[in-house]
Write a protein that binds this ligand. Structure first.
Ligand code: SAM
Length: 238
């Protein structure tokens, strides 16, 4: 449903632009991202304060920000598809990185695609790609796990990593990083030389990359600075 006084430019074509944004360093915004965020009629985002602040830092004039969370009702995505159908240009951004990668976005993109809406992507940073590229581990093939499950299936998944022949990458929060690394060390104990890289605060002032082995992981887990955001990368099985 459209707001009563919204004016649609008849020459404008519907468009959903998926826009990646920096994961910490504002300098990583792309020229296309700035252009598209400037041009869009409205921006669909997670936290409107975070995206509002990004626009401010980029000197992009204020515009409508529509929040869409993982827990938003499916009707919200349908409502946005209706707006697209009515000729609006919506940009989709998340708080940081690439929308849909362990972030909301899937519901809207899949519905827009099913509705035949024109979609474009403005690629850019993603924390797991940054971590893989800086890890020094083989990355021609890798397994991305997002966030590990907290309870159900957690130990089974950790166990399964023992036989994984590709490099593995996953996200972890500051609250669980130590516990997760200790659990990994226990599960992979039989491969003491297997490599593990802990990437913290990538692209930010306090960027830190710790390259260690399963054998030394319990110590690294204890000592890693418990602040900021983390990506964990595990080398292939030995
Ligand atoms: N969509 C984002 C992307 O493309 O990377 C990921 C969103 S996910 C909700 C957020 C998680 O990504 C954080 O908990 C952390 O594990 C990881 N992350 C994001 N920024 C990071 C950074 N600068 N350094 C390390 N990890 C980061």
């Amino acid at each position: 449903m459209l707001r009563k006084h919204r004016r649609i430019d008849q020459n404008k074509e519907e468009m959903l632009s998926i826009v990646a944004t920096p994961i910490g360093n504002l300098g990583d915004i792309t020229r296309r991202a700035i252009e598209v965020l400037t041009r869009a009629d409205a921006i669909v985002c997670e936290d409107t304060r975070v995206t509002g602040n990004l626009l401010k830092q980029l000197a992009i004039p204020k515009k409508e920000l529509i929040s869409l969370h993982g827990y938003s009702k499916p009707e919200k995505a349908d409502f946005l598809v209706t707006r697209l159908r009515n000729g609006e240009h919506l940009a989709l951004a998340s708080d940081a990185g690439t929308p849909g990668i362990s972030d909301p976005g899937y519901a809207l993109v899949s519905r827009a695609r099913a509705a035949g809406i024109k979609i474009e992507v403005v690629p850019g940073p993603s924390a797991f790609l940054a971590a893989l590229s800086i890890s020094g581990l083989p990355i021609n093939q890798f397994l991305y796990l997002g966030f590990l499950p907290l309870k159900k299936g957690r130990q089974t998944l950790l166990q399964s990593l023992k036989n994984e022949e590709r490099t593995i990458v996953f996200y972890e929060s500051v609250h669980r990083i130590e516990r997760t690394l200790q659990e990994l060390a226990a599960q992979l104990e039989s491969q003491p030389e297997r490599r593990v890289v802990i990437a913290r605060e990538l692209t930010k002032l306090h960027e830190e990359v710790i390259s260690t082995t399963v054998k030394d992981l319990p110590e690294a887990a204890k000592n890693v600075t418990k602040k900021g955001e983390f990506v964990v990368v595990i080398g292939p099985k030995q």
